[in-house]
Design a binder for this molecule. Structure first.
Ligand code: FEO
Length: 393
């Protein structure tokens, strides 16, 4: 338990050794489930709870913070890493009410089987007085789920933003101490779950502009006492036109043909002054790849053919990219086959959500020959030309 500021306590927990979220998202630095106890002169509110796996530590922190009662449990988001301990807390604090918006209430009833009379519904912009502290609710939907909201604590200028602005980091530091590290972790988190909803996030950022935010207390990672750092970073990530001279090249290779083509392309791009990141899908941290896709101008997927289709690792990558919908402007496929292939049609079909303009694919039969390398040279020339057209070279 740590003190955030006068009468506000950080009572969440660190999950140091968690390595996957949703059995999908790598967590190289673990994560935290932040919760905050606000003691007003008349009422006490708890901002979110923690993953049920860690409820014992939350209870320990609440006891240390002197939470002999709780009036309100503010639920910003129905996903269980923040809401999952609400049922147990309601048993511990039977007079507490869950305060949330109607959509989140419906989801909490479905997910946690809470009862109607355990809620207080709030509306966009509504305030709730704790006496000398006032909570104002700001709907910030589609921070990957539709019901998400934030709370602005008016007197202290603190925004409790839940997943929004969060970073998956377990740390003993209450506040951000290494801005570059936290920005990178937040970019990973943004890319992994928020990027497909960036038009909604643009709206959410606009909605926050009138607020005098002195501190952002998210529900994952350290607290921002210099909030402009992360707000500025988000503005860049959600801006469709803020892309960089970079090509992301995820690939997989079986008998080296695709690897030879990928390496030739990557060297060619470097020689032409185009930024590039190569990821071998069999060993890569997918989160690193997603970080790069947040603002890369181009994606080139490298794949060999297995049983007429793309290698399953490449199929996974294509499906992931399709789900995350990065603002990538250009895309292409390089790869190889032994005796026949339908992988170009397959991968193109899998990436139907991408609005990227596709380059002509370069597919070799077996080991790449001179004409394949010539085609890759042309691909590298085309990428450079497109990046110049975008004004990013
Ligand atoms: Fe941290 Fe969407 O839950």
């Amino acid at each position: 338990m740590r003190i955030l500021t006068d009468n506000i306590y950080s009572v969440g927990v660190q999950h140091w050794d968690r390595r996957l979220f949703d059995e999908l998202i790598p967590l190289p630095d673990g994560t935290s489930y932040n919760a905050y106890l606000i003691k007003g002169s008349e009422k006490i509110a708890l901002m979110d709870t923690v993953d049920p796996e860690k409820i014992d530590l939350l209870i320990d922190h609440l006891v240390k913070a002197g939470a002999d009662h709780i009036d309100y449990i503010i639920s910003h988001h129905a996903e269980q890493d923040h809401s999952g301990s609400i049922p147990d807390l309601l048993m511990m604090y039977p007079d507490a009410k869950v305060v949330t918006n109607p959509k989140c209430k419906g989801m909490l009833i479905s997910h946690l089987h809470l009862e109607e009379d355990q809620f207080i519904e709030i509306e966009e912009g509504q305030t709730l007085s704790l006496g000398d502290k006032t909570l104002q609710f700001v709907y910030t939907p589609w921070v990957h789920w539709p019901e998400t909201m934030s709370t602005y604590l008016i007197e202290d200028g603190i925004l409790f933003s839940c997943d929004f602005f969060g970073s998956h980091q377990a740390t003993g530091d209450l506040f951000v101490t290494d801005e570059a590290k936290t920005r990178e972790a937040a970019k990973r988190y943004y890319g992994e779950i928020m990027m497909p909803f960036r038009s909604s996030i643009r709206g959410n950022l606009k909605k926050l502009e009138p607020l005098d935010i002195k501190m952002i207390a998210p529900s994952h990672g350290p607290v921002y006492n210099r909030p402009e750092m992360i707000i500025d970073a988000y503005h860049g990530w959600v801006d469709e036109d803020r892309i960089v001279n970079k090509v992301v090249v995820p690939y997989v290779s079986m008998h080296d043909s695709t690897q030879m083509m990928v390496e030739y392309l990557v060297e060619g791009l470097i020689d032409r002054g185009v930024g590039v990141r190569q990821f071998n899908l069999t060993v890569a941290d997918i989160g690193e790849m997603v970080i790069e896709m947040v603002d890369a101008a181009t994606l080139i997927l490298g794949a060999p053919t297995v049983l007429l289709g793309a290698h399953p690792s490449a199929i996974y990558c294509a499906a992931l990219v399709n789900a995350l919908r990065p603002k990538t402007k250009y895309a292409g496929i390089v790869g190889s086959f032994g005796w026949g292939s339908k992988m170009v049609e397959q991968i193109t079909g899998l990436m139907g959500n991408m609005k990227a303009e596709m380059f002509e694919p370069v597919i070799s039969k077996g080991m790449p020959a001179e004409d394949d390398y010539t085609a890759i040279d042309e691909l590298a020339d085309n990428i450079l030309a497109k990046h110049k057209d975008l004004g990013i070279v």
